[in-house]
Design a protein around this ligand. Structure first.
Ligand code: TPP
Ligand code: DXP
Ligand code: MG
Length: 591
């Protein structure tokens, strides 16, 4: 049997019965198991392959779940899930009603802390370690596994700074593979590279300077070395940091060689490792991220004031195109959203035209910087919020559904959501002409709807909505790319003459003139947004109605007051009531 060892393991207590000299075989089986399922079901690959030995060693040495183990980000926790009771349902990973792609407390007692956004593990483990001291759980161990890109984030350093003056049973494992999604950046990365090449430094060790007991670097694929080092550290009191060197994608040649692509490769051949060929016969519309990336290069070629920023997502945001074309004007600042925003503010004070591209969900981390450093000073930074709305399989930690609500309440900030690729292209063009205030442009994950998107630029008038279709009694108001679901719903009506469709485009400034016309002419209003209804677009329209004493019937469609889980975008839109079918139902109920 190829998986005879893995077969015998349901929980770590089974793993601990296996003789240590058989663990390399178990590593091979666990790797194959992950590869075989991710090849078909998709998901994050390279990070989990890189920590197979570490995962086994941790559960072998420590008494999980009594000892508390936290995986930072959590995209590397597939092996952990498989060894902790979820092997038989691992093929439901990231699917609707299946297990989450990230550790989740409600899913398993072995998931000590829910993760998804990076650099939280040390703070959470420290909180648990101090709680153990306060409650007398003196023998409990608290382990945070954090990657080299994630440890460079401010939050991780805030936690190290605190932990260094405690006597807690805290073990930080720095899983150093010299890459994040894209290659790691910054001075800390240079330092770690030097440590790796030169061996453990005798002096000036940055972690020892923070009062950590530092050990390593050790080979993270040598399972017996890992086990003996973890056993040794178990008996040492106070905060410790073990520096482990691993290879992202370990065990699958292509994943080792193209670590960026195999971070989350989509479907591939489990035998050969080759990505499955794309259907070249169908020409698809572009991804919104590529419209951003390519248009920015076009604009930056003519306007030398343009600069671009990404916090650690050059490939995902497509800022990589500008980094290649104009390296001196495009910055990957690492996983440092807070710094990215205030850095953008600093650049803007000096008259530069700054495009700061951050996934909608990750901007949540830089909310104070957005308010205090950018909007309060009314600095004309252009925020490009990718992955806005429901993102699909990454699930609750990653949906970009709060932005309209959390942005709307900030003075000075304009908020725009392009309906399609051309609108995105044109707002990027417009914002570099003469911008007086900050603006947030939010657009979704994935592809648009227009093949021929590279049309001549045309200026967008700030605060102007568009009438897509006139009607007589029912007005559907949408914002952003969810308009395509509305159009599909209206097109499927036998008689759509009574239904109007308006793309409001700007949440701020609102097109009040058009709204007055709509509220005067239509009796029924339906608002549709790919975001939370509490405080979002529908709320803004309702406030408008109240403010102006309109008594039209209003129905608000959007994400209800819950955290949507993982699934396909189509499934999750339907559950939230914003699929074209559900929009059609809402229209018909007014008909
Ligand atoms: C706050 C935040 N910003 C960005 C991301 C996107 N992201 C997920 S994994 C990752 C790279 C993590 O690199 P590293 O910590 O070195 O772990 P590895 O993937 O190498 O195991 C990034 C940038 C995130 N999850 N959270
Ligand atoms: C783990 C993580 O945060 C990223 O890998 C994220 O899954 C990327 O999302 P996209 O696939 O939308 O770029
Ligand atoms: Mg890394």
């Amino acid at each position: 049997m190829p998986d005879r060892l893995l077969h015998s393991i349901k929980f770590p207590e089974d793993l601990r019965k296996i003789p240590e000299d058989r663990l390399p075989q178990l590593s091979r089986e666990l790797r194959d198991f992950i590869i075989n399922i991710v090849a078909v079901k998709e998901g994050h690959l390279g990070a989990s392959l890189g920590v197979v030995e570490l995962t086994i060693a941790l559960h072998y040495v420590f008494n999980t779940p009594e000892d508390l183990l936290i995986w930072d980000v959590g995209h590397q926790a597939y092996g952990h899930k498989i060894l902790t009771g979820r092997k038989d349902i691992f093929d439901s990973n990231r699917r609707l009603n299946g297990i989450s792609g990230f550790p989740k407390r409600s899913e398993s007692e072995y998931d000590a802390f829910g993760t998804g956004h990076s650099s939280t593990a040390i703070s959470a483990a420290l909180g648990m370690a101090i709680a153990s001291q306060l409650t007398g759980a003196v023998h409990r161990q608290h382990i945070a596994v954090v990657g080299d890109a994630s440890i460079a984030s401010g939050m991780a350093f805030e936690a190290l700074n605190h932990a260094g003056v405690t006597s807690t049973n805290l073990l930080v494992i720095l899983n150093d593979n010299a890459i994040g999604i894209d290659p790691s950046v910054g001075a800390l990365k240079d330092y770690l590279t030097k440590v790796t090449l030169d061996g453990a430094p005798e002096t000036d060790n940055v972690f020892e300077a923070l009062n950590f007991n530092y050990s390593g670097p050790i080979d993270g694929h040598d399972i017996s070395k890992l086990i003996s080092e973890l056993n040794r550290l178990k008996d040492i009191k106070g905060p410790k940091l073990l520096h482990v060197i691993t290879k992202k994608g370990k065990g699958l040649r292509q994943a080792e060689e193209d670590q960026v692509k195999y971070h989350a490769p989509g479907k591939f051949d489990a035998e050969t490792g080759d990505l499955l060929p794309k259907d070249r016969t169908t020409v698809l519309p572009p991804k919104f991220q590529d419209v951003f990336g390519k248009t920015l290069v076009e604009l930056a070629g003519k306007n030398e004031k343009i600069v671009g920023i990404t916090p650690a997502m050059p490939t995902g945001s497509s800022l990589k195109f500008m980094m290649d074309a104009f390296p001196e004007r495009a910055f990957d600042v690492g996983i440092a959203e807070q710094h990215a925003v205030t850095f953008a503010a600093g650049l803007a004070t000096q008259g530069l035209t700054v495009y700061c591209n951050i996934y909608s969900t990750f901007l949540q981390r830089a909310y104070d910087q957005l308010i205090h450093d950018v909007c309060l000073q009314d600095l004309p930074v252009i925020f490009c919020l990718d992955r806005a709305g429901i993102v699909g399989e990454d699930g609750a930690t990653h949906h970009g559904i709060f932005d309209l609500a959390y942005l709307n309440c900030i003075p000075n900030l304009m908020i725009f959501a392009p309906r399609n690729e051309i609108e995105l292209r044109n707002i990027l063009y417009t914002t570099q002409l003469e911008l007086k205030h900050p603006i947030a442009i939010r657009y979704p994950r994935g592809r648009g709807t227009i093949l021929d998107w590279k049309v001549p630029f045309s200026e967008i008038k700030m605060g102007h909505a568009e009438t897509l279709k006139s009607g007589s009694t029912i007005a559907v108001l949408s914002i952003g790319a969810i308009a395509s679901n509305v159009s599909a719903a209206i097109e499927s009506l036998d008689d759509s003459s009574t239904v109007g469709h308006f793309d409001m485009r700007f949440l701020k400034p609102l097109d009040e003139a058009l709204l007055h016309q709509i509220f005067s002419e239509y009796t029924h209003i339906i608002t549709v947004e790919d975001g939370v209804i509490n405080g979002g677009f529908g709320s803004v329209i309702s406030q408008f109605a109240v403010r102006h004493q309109y008594h039209n019937k209003i129905e608000i469609l959007g994400i209800p007051d819950c955290f949507p889980e993982h699934g396909t975008v189509t499934e999750l839109h339907d559950l939230a009531g914003i699929s074209s079918e559900k929009i059609l139902k809402a229209i018909k109920s007014f008909h």
